[in-house]
Design a protein around this ligand. Sequence first.
Ligand code: CP
Length: 339
Amino acid sequence: MMVTSAMRDIRWTPRSAPGADDPSLANDTDRFAGQHVLSMRQYDRSDLEQLYTATDTLFSEEYDASDKPLEGKILLSAFFEKSTRTRLSHETAMLRLGGSVSGFADAQVTRAAGLAQEAHEDIYRMLSFYGDVLVTRHPDTGAPGKAAHVASIPVINAGDGLGEHPTQAMTDLYTLRQEFGRIDDLRILFTEDLRMRCIRSLLIGLQHYNCEIHCLPAAGKGLDPTLVQELRAHGRLVIEHSDLIRALPAVDVVYTSPTLRDDVPRQPPTDTPSQPSSVTITRDVLEQHAGAGLVVLNELPRRGELSSDVDETPFNRYWKQAANGLPVRMALLKLMFGK
Ligand code: CP
């Protein structure tokens, strides 16, 4: 659906959180204009290519930064959980496109806290009266889907519990494409904590590409077995490792994923293979065992899984990845507003 009038005049049909089994999604011809962004399951390969192409234009010499296509539009942030990159890059994206921002980065300043304990769904409904697009992060899995039910404007999932973080995955995929000129045929090693929502969203996106998925989780922090089954059903090779030194020469990319939540259950021990208690990527180990063109990504913030001595090496692409969060979200907002 193309947006032809002011966003605030459009009445959105409330919709449940989308998934592969949601037939309404399969019928959408434009997966961006006027749509919620709740899950990477909403997008196929051509949708993602549409987003990358839109992002590419922001890097082109012809791009006119003084163009303000979203002038008059308001982005509302509703962050019930902490964020550095995701909230600020969405807000900056809107400002760079000529729009305005409002909202909260801490629910303690709203009626959700204190005596009223206002229902979060009521807050989402209120916010949708005040702006044109809503970006939300919430500790509860599925909360953005509930927001989409009550909001009269499009909702962007900026991370929900153990669910997804679709705009991070879009950024990660764009960074891979920018770096290698393709996503197909890449061999990507995921290390440390593979239970996090960034990993889930990225792997859902990678199902559309002919990649090899290599995994080296810390003990009890492996991939959701259902996701592994899904990847294999899409024909993707999923290779489990227990030794970083042996895994590194076999891959093009290392995606190190920190533990960013302390409420995720650890998985029970499995027979094969035996996993290390933690996996740390350092300059030393990369210089000794990685191929020359290997690239290291991390959604950030890092914790112990990625040493700061990698920063000054040619392997580091995580600053570039973080920087790409801005143009990818600018392109996403433009497409959502039919621009
Ligand atoms: N990558 C990411 O989601 O960072 P923030 O938690 O700082 O938003």
